[in-house]
Design a protein around this ligand. Structure first.
Ligand SMILES: *Cc1c(COP(=O)(O)O)cnc(C)c1O
Length: 388
């Protein structure tokens, strides 16, 4: 099977080295960048930032969007706005990228790790529910951890590799316990749960535009929310909390210099124009992988009923850790980049003291999941959706 896989990858992407995911700039990227330089507005003030925010709000169906320097800073701000502070606990999944936990730590809070569902690789609502039933209690209005005595302030589920997790159910569990829901949709621009875009189920959500994500601004992030007062606060604290004044420098709280520069937003505007076409092409590639693995011992993860996936990174489940290692070494030795999933957050030295549940499924997936090449291929320098 691994031989057939390598030939299919070469058929799709050509015979050279095939990376896991690379950006594609075949639209108005260069034009908008040059316009931006010509306008002299290259930094954190400029039309393209506002335009990129408006386009993103419209696409995701959220009322407001606030652009930031990266996804991690966006998440840091969301947790800050959700009121996460020293000593609080924030529930998240053990199977995620380290940025999720770093942002929690920037607020001097501790992550608590919950297991994921096997079919979504995202937070399991039933594991969340059992954890809270066992360890949480409501004191006054809010949820506290009976074991640590700390307030459980927020919950951050993540849509792994663009596959939407069971966000509706997670949202009801959070509502029941009065826990703020902040969605890490860093990887899921273009993924929907029903008709609703991921990242819009909680009070706040974030998107990342790092170079390896589905579209890129070089580096960048976005806060999305339907709450006008949170949106105003988000804009304010990400722009050094400067009070508008024709010439005076007045800042009314400790702010952050987290606003996305106009240059990056120019790239983002051009990339958003390409997104629908990229989604189509990535779906075609995922379908080719599906046909290849169909009926074999290798399982290609697919979206659960009623959700749609952006196919950012196609992922497969091998039968065992040995099979995984064998697949990784064969493909990487043959010019096809494949990667295992992240080490669990609970195993990293910084988070090894954090509370977690059994993490049974996370451990199972960790030793079996592999990401396979998922970029939009170049065809004669141009995106082609006819012959991938
Ligand atoms: C990429 C990513 C982030 C952070 O985004 P950056 O823009 O790289 O800071 C956060 N969470 C997850 C799950 C990510 O994959």
């Amino acid at each position: 099977m691994k031989e057939e896989f390598v030939s299919l990858v070469k058929e799709i992407y050509g015979t050279g080295f095939v990376p896991l995911h690379r950006p594609v700039f075949e639209g108005n990227e260069k034009k908008y960048l040059v316009d931006c330089i010509d306008s002299n507005f290259v930094s954190s003030v400029g039309e393209k930032v506002t335009e990129f925010e408006e386009v993103t709000a419209k696409y995701t169906g959220s009322k407001f969007a606030i652009a930031t320097v990266n996804g991690t800073s966006a998440l840091h701000m969301c947790l800050h706005l959700a009121g996460v502070q020293t000593g609080d606990e924030v529930i998240t999944q053990a199977l995620t990228f380290v940025a999720t936990c770093n942002a929690i730590t920037y607020c001097r809070a501790s992550p608590v790790f919950i297991d994921v569902d096997k079919d979504t690789m995202g937070m399991s609502p039933s594991s969340l529910n059992s954890f809270l039933d066992e360890f949480a209690e409501i004191r006054g209005e809010y949820a506290y951890n009976k074991k640590s005595g700390n307030r459980i302030k927020a919950c951050v589920p993540m849509h792994t590799f663009g596959l939407p997790c069971r966000i509706k159910e997670i949202s009801s569990v959070c509502a029941k316990w009065n826990i703020e829901l902040v969605e890490d949709a860093a990887e899921s621009l273009g993924s929907f749960y029903g008709n609703q875009h991921t990242g819009t189920f909680g009070s706040l959500g974030i998107i990342s535009y790092n170079g390896n994500k589905i579209i890129t601004t070089g580096g960048g992030g976005m806060i999305i929310t339907d709450d006008e007062s949170l949106a105003i606060k988000a804009k304010h604290i990400t722009t050094t909390a400067k009070v508008p004044h024709p010439y005076e420098f007045v800042h009314d709280e400790i702010g952050f210099n987290y606003r996305m520069p106009n240059l990056n937003a120019a790239l983002g505007c051009a990339q958003m124009e390409q997104l629908p076409q990229m989604l189509d092409i990535k779906k075609t590639i995922n379908t080719q992988y599906r046909k290849l693995f169909d009926g074999s011992a290798i399982e290609l993860l697919e979206p659960v009923h009623g959700v749609s996936c952006n196919n950012w990174l196609s992922s497969i489940i091998l039968e065992s850790r040995e099979d995984r290692d064998d697949f990784l070494s064969y493909t990487n030795n043959n010019g096809v980049m494949t990667r295992p999933i992240w080490q669990l957050m609970s195993e990293l030295s910084m988070f090894s003291d954090c509370q977690c549940d059994s993490l049974e499924t996370s451990l199972w997936l960790q030793s079996r999941v592999v990401n396979i090449p998922s970029s939009v291929p170049f065809k004669n320098g141009y995106i082609s959706n006819t012959n991938v």
